[in-house]
Design a protein around this ligand. Structure first.
Ligand SMILES: C[S@@+](CC[C@H](N)C(=O)[O-])C[C@H]1O[C@@H](n2cnc3c(N)ncnc32)[C@H](O)[C@@H]1O
Length: 202
């Protein structure tokens, strides 16, 4: 128990240090750990829980991005994964977030972020419906329920078939992994963070 507490404490400290270094604040959820009712969506939502920076860096090192890659975080919350990805050399990083409060906080983070290497764009909208043809590295941290995940993965397979390109999918806490199709399973790059790749490789 004491060891678990110390590991969590170490992770929180590591995340805070990276937020400080990038001049952003990506920890927590404005409506609390249990999520809550969102006026802007008129619906109850699951809470924003950011991915530890350590796992984001492990993922980026694993997929070895190139300056031609476009990273997309589908359900980007306050933008942490975008800021971590943009420390690598990419064409750009695009985040999609449907909650107005989180999207606004992500935009505020982007305005004050320092040290980013690649351009970042943050859009407000439904990640399930977004234009996936733009992306080559797709990131998800268990953002949706089964029906939405199935639709998103169908749309991704269709996009990769219509516009063949080298692509990777990184899926943290991959609850609905059975709906991923048209991609080849590569393996885990961090605990509960699984990578797939398109069959087409340059
Ligand atoms: C677990 S958080 C992960 C945040 C960020 N990707 C990270 O890893 O640090 C999931 C996020 O997905 C967002 N989300 C859920 N459903 C969405 C949808 N249909 N379209 C866009 N964002 C969505 C939530 O509001 C939340 O911010």
């Amino acid at each position: 128990m004491a060891k678990t507490r110390s590991l969590i404490g170490h992770r929180v400290l590591h995340d805070s240090l990276w937020d400080h270094r990038l001049s952003v604040y990506t920890i927590g959820d404005p409506v609390g750990k249990r999520g809550g009712y969102h006026e802007s969506l008129q619906a109850y939502e699951t809470p924003h829980v950011p991915t530890p920076y350590r796992d984001l860096f492990a993922m980026m090192d694993f997929v070895e991005p190139s300056p031609r890659d476009v990273f997309m975080d589908l359900g980007c919350g306050k933008g942490r994964a975008l800021f971590a990805a943009s420390l690598y050399s990419l064409e750009r990083a695009i985040g999609v977030e449907k909650r107005l409060d989180l999207w606004s906080l992500a935009q505020a983070n982007l305005m004050r972020a320092t040290g980013l290497r690649s351009p970042v764009e943050i859009e407000r909208g439904d990640a399930v419906e977004t234009d996936l043809d733009r992306g080559t590295i797709f990131y998800l941290y268990d953002p949706f329920g089964e029906a939405a995940a199935e639709k998103l993965f169908d749309r991704l397979a269709e996009s990769l078939e219509r516009v063949p390109r080298p692509a990777r999918l990184a899926y943290r806490r991959p609850t609905w992994a059975r709906h991923v199709s048209g991609l080849e399973l590569v393996g885990d790059c961090a605990p509960e963070l699984t990578i797939w790749k398109s069959q087409r490789e340059d």
